[in-house]
Design a protein around this ligand. Sequence first.
Ligand code: 4AD
Ligand code: MG
Length: 477
Amino acid sequence: MTSKTVAELLKSDFKSQDIDIKGWVRTFRANRFIALNDGSSLQNIQCVVDFENTDEKTLKRITTGAAVHIKGQLIESQGKGQSVEIKVDNIVILGDSDPETFPIQPKKHSFEFLRENAHLRTRTNTFSAVMRLRSTLSFAIHKYFNDNGFYYMHTPIITGSDAEGAGEMFRVSALDPKNPPLTEDGKVDYKEDFFGKETNLTVSGQLEAEAYAMSLGKVYTFGPTFRAENSNTSRHLAEFWMIEPEVAFMDLAGNMDLAEDFLKSVLKYVLEHNREDLEFLEQRLLDEDKTKPQAERSAMTLIDKLKFVIDNNFKRVSYTEAIDILKDSKPNKKKQFKYIIEEWGADLQSEHERFLVEKHFKCPVILFDYPANIKAFYMRLNEDGKTVRAMDILFPGIGEMVGGSQREERLEVLKEKMKALDIDEEELWWYLELRKYGTAVHSGFGLGFERLVMFATGMGNIRDVIPFPRTPQNADF
Ligand code: 4AD
Ligand code: MG
């Protein structure tokens, strides 16, 4: 007797073997055919019950959602639609599922409804495919870095600094909110708090990763990141996972090469390892497209889109060139953009980024050399004195996928920038010391993992590619 998964059985060519399998009933048809799924594959395995020799009570308990234990034989399928099936000798109901109340019925459910049932939504094909792909992608990321000589480092989740300087942080405190200790001038006294200072959940592991790059050479982080920005969009989460490589002696051009090679490589990995799930998600998109007007349908299928990204060079464009393109663009001239681009220095909104990748270049774009005053303090100032060695990678349908830069390695220049932005030198004393002792050119970037999963799965809402999304007004489950 062998205990195997559905995936293994469907691949198995050893017929007539005794098998032992556990899973959940997707459907039970004609008092005879169970479609059984155990999460190992998109496919169900058909289990044929000999209803004449199975007691009535047990048959009644074979319902959608029930957990069952089946013993039987793997045989060549008698019917169409599958090559093997299980002839059931014995079935035990491990956990009943009341068909009257089980939320996941064998029919189409809206993604909104499934979000409210996030604990059960991976019982559907779409969500199990998405989450298997998410798992593979995450493995591919670790594999890529491991194959390329990077060390995986764990950066702190609780920190005293605001790496991005945007002030969008969740406070971490053990003080009694009803009765906090106060300073003489009536403010909350964080010296009395657990860490003896104000702390928050990290918005990025970059600053700490820089410290490790300046000794271990090539490092990366892959961890949870928190942003208290009140952006209720289909591309923002309050808790998301970020991948941040950081490399010593690498300049901005090297950073772009690394990011492009990395993205292509991990997408290639899922194409090679999750074909079945991708084909299912591709079909889902094609079906969804049929309900849309022609103009809104996608020009490429999901798999072709992934291949296109893998096979073509990303377009590298300076911020200055991008502004010229945008200023000259139809939606700018016709005032169709919400934010009209008037002059150099304007921050790019997602409508502009999407115009550049989806309408103008029609491929992933790396924008670089942004104005210093719209980017974070740690970016390397260019010789022109007004732009920094920043890069953002923009993807069709997603917008900003990656944000990175070459870091300011010159102590005096960094100090000046911090002063101008009112960033406390004492708070970041250790970060400044990295510029004092053996400083060198170094660069890195941050990739929003869920945005990559969105791209790879074709899912349109970031809430549908993370198991239990955290967004403004929502931290259920
Ligand atoms: O551009 P960001 O803010 O860059 C940094 O945090 C740098 N410290 C990274 C580095 O250089 N090491 O964030 C990086 C990426 C964005 O490009 C985006 O893909 C993702 O993180 N991201 C979010 N994803 C989901 N929800 C949010 N609220 C996000 N904010 C950023
Ligand atoms: Mg950014």
